[in-house]
Design a protein around this ligand. Structure first.
Ligand code: PLP
Length: 394
């Protein structure tokens, strides 16, 4: 066979359909353009939005494989991927709310969602009220046009858990849907069992697990709600790349093992922090000593590597001395990977129901998978720096 015949035989088509090549992992299908068998299939391509394929933005075999995996992990039926956890939250609100509607938001939601809610939602004529981070009763807040209740349990930084089942019952009786940011509980909860209608999760955290992808997911059980959301997300032009979906799929394979080990470390760290005089309060609902532990047991089957604490000193210079000197806990916010992180926030800028004065600093640690003894030594030295920078009055 001459070169021309060989080239003619080895077309792209034969390479991708060769039955002798059976990769163990889901391949990365990259595409914007898909081609159709005939004119009729091309003209009918919009019918492919929910389960088939029509354009790379709306789904590829790689993104669909991840959607199925995430739906399983959340205990849902249908998942749609979005470019970030924040997009999963904001796009869901945009898809479901109209001018004149009212939304209730838990006081402890992820900061950028709070900012978006108070700015963009209000600009669009949607009114917003905040409810307590550990709310158990909505009755005083519901209005005739309340359409969405947006929860996050445990809450960002402060880790309160709402009484999810009670809030869902009240919301449904008032004709509102409940959206849960389940980033913390991903792989360790089934929010649908407690009445949640829509679960939004930042896969950028434990789902991906390696701090190198931004992605979010919206999962539901109800087919008609899935179609409403998918149509809206596609209409807004959101989608994710197959390369990123591949990385998250790879991370999902080790999710349970990583979570188990990181939760074990998180618990050990929170129990140790409780014994430290430089620490005023520790927040980790997976710890039996935490005031939120009963609700944790009701709603989650396990914890993770996140632990927050309030330093006894609230002097930023002392807190900075602790953080700046860490060797293993790097200063950074997007948790859920294999690296240990430390972040600080001033609650004065991020709570409405229980407003705080300036200088209400909370430190959030994320236990990574570095040698654990090194992490504990790093923490012990850090707390010593915290103490030395602002020793208690004699
Ligand atoms: C609880 C929670 N929800 C949502 C997000 C947003 O995720 P992403 O960074 O993918 O937008 C984050 C990010 O830190 C988060 O902590």
């Amino acid at each position: 066979m001459g070169p021309a015949e060989i080239a003619a035989e080895s077309t792209t088509e034969s390479a991708v359909t060769d039955p002798r090549f059976d990769a163990l992992n889901v391949p990365v299908y990259r595409a914007s353009t898909l081609v159709f068998e005939n004119t009729a299939a091309f003209l009918a391509r919009k019918s492919q939005l929910f389960d088939g394929y029509s354009y790379g933005l709306y789904g590829t075999p790689t993104t669909r494989a991840l959607e199925a995996e995430v739906a399983r992990a959340e205990g849902g039926r249908r998942t749609t991927l979005l470019p970030s956890g924040l997009a999963a939250l904001t796009h869901t609100a945009l898809a479901l709310l109209s001018a004149g509607d009212h939304v209730l938001v838990a006081d402890c939601v992820y900061g950028p969602l709070r900012e978006y809610t108070v700015s963009a939602m209000q600009r669009l004529g949607i009114t917003v009220d905040f409810i307590a981070a550990d709310a158990a009763d909505l009755s005083a807040h519901l209005k005739p046009r309340t359409r969405l209740v947006s929860l996050e349990s445990p809450g960002s930084f402060t880790m309160e858990i709402q009484d999810i089942a009670a809030l869902c019952r009240q919301a449904h009786a008032a004709g509102a849907r409940v959206l849960m940011d389940n980033t913390w509980g991903f792989g360790r909860s089934c929010m649908f069992e407690h009445g949640v209608d829509i679960v939004a999760t930042a896969l950028s955290k434990y789902g991906c697990g390696h701090s190198d992808v931004c992605m979010g997911a919206v999962t539901v059980r109800e087919e008609s709600l899935f179609k409403t959301l998918k149509r809206a997300f596609a209409g807004m032009g959101t989608g994710v790349s197959s390369d990123d979906a591949y990385l998250v799929l790879r991370g999902m394979g080790t999710l349970d093992l990583r979570l188990a080990e990181q939760a074990r470390r998180g618990l050990q760290i929170s129990q140790w922090l409780r014994s430290q005089p430089a620490v005023a309060r520790v927040m980790n609902p997976a710890d039996p000593a935490d005031p939120g532990h009963l609700r944790f047991q009701q709603y989650f089957s396990g914890g993770n590597g996140l632990v927050s604490f309030m330093p006894r000193t609230q002097r930023l210079a002392a807190i900075s001395a602790m953080l700046d000197g860490f060797r293993h806990f790097r200063i950074g916010a997007s948790w859920g990977g294999i690296s240990s992180l430390a972040a600080v926030t001033d609650l004065a800028t991020s709570r409405s129901v229980s407003p705080r004065t300036a200088g209400n600093y909370i430190v959030r640690l994320h236990a990574g998978l570095e040698p654990f003894d090194d992490l504990m030594q790093d923490l012990a030295k850090g707390l010593q720096r915290l103490h030395d920078a602002d020793p208690p009055a004699a």
